[in-house]
Design a protein around this ligand. Structure first.
Ligand SMILES: NC(=O)c1ccc[n+]([C@@H]2O[C@H](COP(=O)([O-])OP(=O)(O)OC[C@H]3O[C@@H](n4cnc5c(N)ncnc54)[C@H](O)[C@@H]3O)[C@@H](O)[C@H]2O)c1
Length: 389
């Protein structure tokens, strides 16, 4: 091969290489726009758009919050480690709001400080709704360290990341379990908080961290102390689907549906000799639709340098017997009930005084009706015998 031939061939090779590089770049550019425009929307503040980070958005309450926020035109990022939540719920939300810049899901553990920091540095959040938590009283007694880590320590990480990245509004999911066993009913926000189990204590410590930090910053904080949450999306898109292994820890509505479906033999009512109208424990049940409405109102009223603390309940207690009767009517199944002796640690009567949230946020429970709330939840349960699978 002479010199000219070699030169000609290497020039052809260069041209081929150039065409290949340009083609690869072109494909890359064509493929990228959706993700670039998507991530740009999440990574930049946009006037008129409020971007909310919803931790635990794949869980029961968090997914309902995401649905409402998207309906109300918020931009939403879910962060969840799927330890207890359901990717199925996220997929439903993504299917309802597929437009770029509406909803993104980030799989991450809030106990991973580096991951949390990366999420905050890559996204422009305006507010955080912090739902993510392990949330079973019984489990907290058996595994206290898990609860202090997951609830208290992770909340500290979230608040530190908010402070480091200038995110100024926090709506925190707390619980009536922080009050313990008060002498006087109803429970007001001034009722002393004397929690009696690690779940309630971990939530109280998380509240304290938030409140103390807020005194040194201009953060706008709303702490919502929920009572017993029931129900699901009235349009049947979302529901409550706890892990099967958590059934034993579960809440009364889950047990009631499991009994109606024949998964368990019947309901066990523990304690019939409490000093209540029918001897069974009294609790304040709040429909998840009402609860989320309280969050949206809290977000709208959040004020820099202020901490709003609110009970979210109906102010009316229902006994376990009344709950069981409502459940029988809602499911149409004559659920078998066994009456057993008291369970240690259960308190006789817990119900809220929700007058502060009515006065200050103009919120009151509108949808909560034991039988109707259970009927809606039962419809979803019957249509989703394997949960979101
Ligand atoms: N359900 C109730 O009756 C009730 C009552 C009072 C307060 N709350 C509070 O409401 C919040 C939501 O409860 P829920 O009933 O929807 O529970 P849930 O278990 O259905 O949802 C919690 C979500 O948080 C996620 N999560 C847990 N730890 C995480 C971590 N380290 N990193 C990332 N994600 C994590 C789970 O995967 C799950 O999706 C909790 O903070 C709970 O304490 C619930």
């Amino acid at each position: 091969m002479d010199y000219i031939e070699i030169k000609r061939r290497s020039s052809i090779t260069r041209k081929i290489l150039l065409v290949a590089v340009v083609t690869v770049l072109f494909i890359f550019m064509v493929k990228r726009p959706s993700s670039i425009s998507g991530s740009t929307k999440f990574s930049q503040h946009e006037s008129g758009v409020t971007h909310v980070l919803v931790t635990g958005g794949a869980g029961y309450i968090g997914s309902h919050a995401v649905l409402r926020l998207l309906k109300d035109s918020y931009r939403v990022t879910i962060v969840d480690n799927l330890s207890r939540g359901n990717m199925g719920a996220v997929r439903i939300l993504q299917g309802l709001y597929p437009e770029p810049g509406r909803l993104q899901f980030i799989y991450a553990d809030l106990g991973d400080a580096a991951a949390v920091n990366k999420i905050f540095s890559e996204n422009a959040f305006d507010a955080v709704m912090h739902f993510a938590a392990v949330a079973y009283v019984g489990e907290s007694t058996a595994e206290p360290l898990r609860y202090y880590h997951n609830i208290t320590s992770n909340t500290l990480l979230v608040v530190k990341a908010m402070a480091a990245h200038g995110v100024k509004t926090l709506i925190y999911s707390s619980t009536c379990a922080t009050y313990g066993e008060p002498d006087k009913m109803p429970i007001t926000e001034n009722t002393p908080q004397v929690p009696i189990n690690p779940y309630g204590k971990a939530k109280k410590m998380a509240e304290d961290i938030i409140i103390d930090f807020s005194k040194t910053s201009n953060m706008a904080v709303m702490i919502l102390r929920y009572f017993n949450v029931i129900g699901s999306d009235p349009e049947g898109r979302l529901g409550e689907a706890p892990r099967p292994e958590l059934r034993e820890q579960g809440r009364i509505s889950g047990a009631c549906f499991d009994a109606a479906r024949g998964i368990i033999a019947g309901l066990k009512v523990r304690g019939t000799d409490y000093k209540t109208r029918d001897g069974t424990c009294i609790r304040d049940y709040i429909d998840v639709t009402d609860l989320i409405d309280a969050h949206v109102k809290a977000l709208a009223h959040a004020t820099p340098k202020k901490v709003g603390i609110y009970n979210v309940g109906t102010g009316k207690g229902s006994s376990v017997n009344e709950f069981v009767e409502a459940c029988k009517k809602a499911t149409g199944v004559n659920i078998k009930v066994d009456y057993l002796s008291r369970r240690p640690g259960d308190y006789a009567e817990v119900f809220s005084d929700p007058s502060k949230i009515l006065k200050e946020l103009n919120w009151t429970a509108k949808y909560t009706n034991l039988q109707q709330s259970l009927r809606v939840a039962w419809r979803w349960q019957k249509a989703h015998l394997n949960g979101y699978d």
